[in-house]
Design a protein. Sequence first.
Length: 292
Amino acid sequence: MNILLIGIVVLGIGIALFFLESKRELKIFRVTDYTVSGEKLKGLTREYRAVFLSDLHNKVYGRDNRSLIEAIRQSQPDFILIGGDMLIGKKDIPFDAAVSLIRQLPEIAPVYYANGNHEQRMKEHPEIYGDAYMRYRELLAASGVHFLENESACITFDGCQFCVSGFEAPMEGYQKFANPTDVEEILRERFGSVSNDRYEILLAHNPAMEVSYRSWGADLTLSGHLHGGIIRLPFIGGLITPQAKFFPKYSGEYSKEGNRVMIVSKGLGTHTVNIRFCNPAEVIVIHFNSIS
């Protein structure tokens, strides 16, 4: 009986500590730095930086997101990339927090925005969401944000051309228990073949189709969606995806296969399952360098 009682007490303490830590992590974010180099970047005469943001879900850090804005400003980015899900795509949920943050970003650096499943759902179903997506898009576009809806934009630094493409995957891939599908042909239809003369950055919200992204030829793929796997386990990674898949291959890390780099953000906010454990939110700073 004493052993049982001790076990119950220990379990209770463990659960309490879990939720206390989760509550703490929900209030903070970290800045994560990654360095990328390669043959296509050999012409760069200095380091260039990009800030990558994803999955804000209307989260606010400090009044008017001042803490987040200051962290982005201090990173001194040359351009800013957004990987989607900055709002919550549900009926009658305002997007003021997302707009308040994002419309300040063009004052820091050029901003390129690719939709996540929340924005895409609102856009594809006006019969449910009315003109909410168009109002959101127009507010941000008026502030200088460049939306990449299955479109590309090119930026040139020191003669090196960066091509940023925003990919909207078929919505079926976001359904519960959905398996990854091959989207390489869709990528080719929308963006054509990659060029050996350009550094190809693909903003693709869902990392599950990473094989297709690499096969298409993205030099750098930036994804999010998985919120770091909600709970991260040492030496294993994220626990579960929004599609209810356990232990995803990628959920919040840097990986490289050959010359192809993939970075998956742990995101900045949460929705539905408002838990983070060993999984603080993050702002990602990417440092682009020529070959050493």
